[in-house]
Design a binder for this molecule. Sequence first.
Ligand SMILES: *Cc1c(COP(=O)(O)O)cnc(C)c1O
Length: 381
Amino acid sequence: MEQNFDTKTVHLSQNKSKTISSKVTPIYQTSSFKFTDLEDLENFYQGKNDYLYTRVGNPNTDELGSAVSQLEGAPDGIATSSGLSAILAGILSVAKQGDHILASADIYGGTYHLLAYELKDFGIDVEFVDFSKIDLIEQKIRSNTTLLYSESITNPLLRVENLNKIVKTGEKYQLFTMIDNTFATPYLCRPFQSGIDLIVHSATKYIGGHSDVTAGVLVGREDLIQKARTKVINLGSNLSPFEAWLACRGLKTLSVRMERQSKNAQLLADALTNHPAVKKVYYPKSFSSKGKGAIVSIDITGLCDINVFFKSLKWIKIVPTLAGVETTVSYPLSTSHRALPPETQEKLNITEGLVRISVGIEDADDIIVSLKDALEKAYRG
Ligand SMILES: *Cc1c(COP(=O)(O)O)cnc(C)c1O
């Protein structure tokens, strides 16, 4: 019997072809997958069939997790709804109620919030310590400590973490180790190769690279990723297929973006060093032979009017994020680090003059001229 119009309307638009071979992965914008019969359905549970329901797994999100894990040289990876949900999934794969975590004091503000306040409600105790003094970490290890957590390049003051020391300490006391590699990206740093167990990315930043997607990726040891995958499924923190597809598209140009952006950042850091309006330039002294990352932070002197500086930036946008192809600036004190207690802000040098610059792919001279102009307008010295 021929279907009626209302039925046809629903079913005609469905692709029945198995022979279309598109050059790039299509977007599997579907909440579920279909099965021919009960045997076919049983095949999923037997592991012979990949997909059931998008919260449980989807080709686009799998592609992103797998791509980043391969770039990091890790055996497995998963994509999640945001950088923070990837951090949560990673932590819950190694820590439970009653456990204790040692985290670096100078981490991303959102991560601080998650660790200091939300994990506490889960009964997980997090202590923030100065990871630049590794001996102090050893003194803080307790019998219920399970994890050492830090960032490969810290935000916003760009301290380079000593991954080898973290791995050695982890091995000595049988602790898991986890590193946020967002600022460095696998182009510049692969913590898994140094022996770190779990590596997390806010794919919202350089992995996506175009400021049009919020996503996270967690890669690392196979047993831990398997546990984290279960957490993501049960907590519902999966990434949507379209966001995964966008992040994968961005990822293809990671190398060329990081190469140009790191080069521009070095030129900018050099140009602002010894500038009369700049008290201090934060940029790593050494990192990778391929570059030192694309974030430069500057502490502007009290002789500058910070409001005039931000108003005079012309084409450089003020945004509370980083890592897009355009040069942008942010003000950590009132955005990413606003959640920190004032005494912690002061201890971490998150001052009133601190500006974080995310250097883009534009012509380096244009970036330098624009920032120097804004500094000149703001300077009252
Ligand atoms: C942005 C960021 C995060 C959080 O990522 P979201 O995608 O916003 O959840 C975590 N760590 C670092 C270093 C970041 O820059």
